[in-house]
Design a protein around this ligand. Structure first.
Ligand code: HEC
Length: 243
């Protein structure tokens, strides 16, 4: 036991003085000791459980396992399923709710585009097919400002969002100017009387989407489709001017 140098009013017995710095020797509080020894006991138990015997996977491995299991459980979606959902009022309504909750900030209320592109026109940066849209929403293009939604929304909500976008695709809400390339779903290509989708793309580049069909004598079936279908109009002028 160290020699007691003096008694301090607050600190009690001073047992050591060096260069005028005094050191007392007091009991550590019980709560402090409990945490200290408890941590040691816990660390030993933890080490044996997770490291020595690997009785359970570590956090990261457990997370990976769970994600893999979820990915495996998530049903692979087919284009047919997505297209069918796009025609299913319930799925579209669910998708609209997803859209309003998550997407309007960038794509605006009517999906006419704001920070993100107009989703109601026929032009797509990343492709306008059901599977293209599904991929875009699932993985996003974070470098271009489109967040990945797969992880946060889950497979079902993503499918609903795709259904909603399929239902508004080519409705041409007045909004942000077209970006990307013309995507014509098979049906629309046929409607426009064009056999080759490649021609449609050329037409889009050569003639502005709003089309000045009046100058060209259009066959009657083109005129019928002139109500807001850039596919028909674009390709129409293309045929008339370049062939
Ligand atoms: C933080 C802003 C932001 C939010 C929120 C957002 N997007 Fe986007 N989105 C973008 C941007 C920016 C692009 C264009 C990316 C590019 O230029 O490559 C884009 C592109 C897209 C495209 C592809 C369009 C094309 O022309 O190929 C789709 C589809 C899309 N978003 C759907 C959604 C859906 C559905 C949601 C909600 C679940 C959503 N976005 C939420 C910013 C956003």
């Amino acid at each position: 036991m160290a020699e007691i140098k003096r008694h301090d009013e607050l600190q009690g017995a001073i047992v050591h003085v060096y260069d005028g710095i005094e050191e007392a020797d007091n009991q550590l509080p019980l709560w402090w000791l409990a945490i200290f020894y408890g941590a040691i006991v816990f660390a030993i138990g933890y080490w044996f459980y997770y490291e020595a015997y690997a009785a359970a996977p570590l956090g990261r491995a457990a997370y990976d396992e769970q994600m893999a299991a979820e990915a495996a459980a998530a049903p692979e979606v087919t284009p047919e399923q997505l297209v069918a959902m796009g025609e299913d009022a319930e799925a579209v309504a669910a998708g609209r709710a997803v859209f309003e909750a998550n997407c309007v900030a960038c794509h605006d209320q009517m999906a006419q585009g704001k920070i993100g592109p107009n989703l109601t026109d026929a032009y797509w940066i990343h492709g306008g097919s059901a599977m293209d849209i599904h991929l875009t929403i699932t993985q996003g293009y974070p470098a271009k400002g489109m967040p990945p939604w797969g992880p946060s929304l889950g497979a079902e909500a993503v499918n609903h969002a795709v259904a909603y976008i399929l239902s508004i695709r080519n409705t041409n809400v007045e909004g942000k100017e077209a970006q990307g390339e013309l995507y014509a779903p098979e049906g629309a290509v046929e409607d426009a009387g064009v056999q080759e989708p490649a021609e449609v793309l050329d037409g889009a580049a050569a003639a502005p989407a709003d089309g000045d069909d009046a100058e060209h004598a259009e066959p009657a079936d083109h005129a019928e489709h002139a109500d807001g279908e850039p596919t028909a109009e674009g390709s129409g002028s293309n045929e008339a001017t370049e062939e």
